[in-house]
Design a binder for this molecule. Sequence first.
Ligand code: ADP
Ligand code: MG
Length: 274
Amino acid sequence: MIEFINVSKQFREGIWWGQKKNVQALHDISLQIKEGTCFAIVGESGSGKSTLGKLLIGLEKPDTGQIMFQGSNLHEADRQKRQLLRRDMQIVFQDCYSAVNPRMKIKDVIAEPMRVHFQYSAAEIKEKVKQLLEAVGLDEEAGEQYSHQFSGGQLQRITIARAISIQPKVIVLDEVINSLDVLVQISILKLLKRLQHELNLTYLFISHDLHAVKLFADEVAILDKGEIVDCAHQVKHFDKLTHPASRRLIEAQLPIVPQLAKEEYPVKKGLYVS
Ligand code: ADP
Ligand code: MG
């Protein structure tokens, strides 16, 4: 469904003190993500994970190489096609507080992408916001509040509701649980898992938390200094990876094992049909 073919990306850094140098954020990345699966990208800070996610959703352009989505080259499609492709891809960031406008009511935060991409009536939007809040485990009243009134976990539910509001096919999850405490992390992962099944979503799950990756992802690739140095097509083989960068990550794991219970929620189909 998604394919990166020899993708490279450089940034020019250091303009503040006059001396520019090129940073090779990604080098010759090739990977494939199958529809309906969760593909994890793991790597140390600065290894290029976020850049990879931004390239996929079109926030950055590759210098060389191609990114294919359902047979189309994401960065070569014409404007109209690109806008449609954009609608299919959403991103959720780690820092949910800065991802939400503090002066907007939550109902407007959630409705914003729908207003951009669809011509819904006010009544339709109202109904959809209600359904979306319910889908992520929040009450309808939450819509009347502002972001500062919520905890990090609740706010992350809100950004997830916003991401699924326009029925994307792919969601980039960029360290979405890393600033939350452990029990909240688990509840967010459960929510994301349930939504993935209900809405047939494909995830690019960016993380440096190997426990979460093992519980949550299907496949995993290790990114080190902008290159994919290792990958496990089945996440259960993850601990057997041998590249030094993989070993570093595996050996740095904390020995906690909270189990992500399988489907505690009833799976409800048809969120998008109303
Ligand atoms: P990660 O998400 O794994 O921490 P990033 O993708 O954010 O890594 O960054 C990879 C490298 O690219 C880093 O060296 C970072 O400083 C550099 N980089 C990322 N974005 C930019 C940018 N917009 N301008 C300049 N350098 C950047
Ligand atoms: Mg990052």
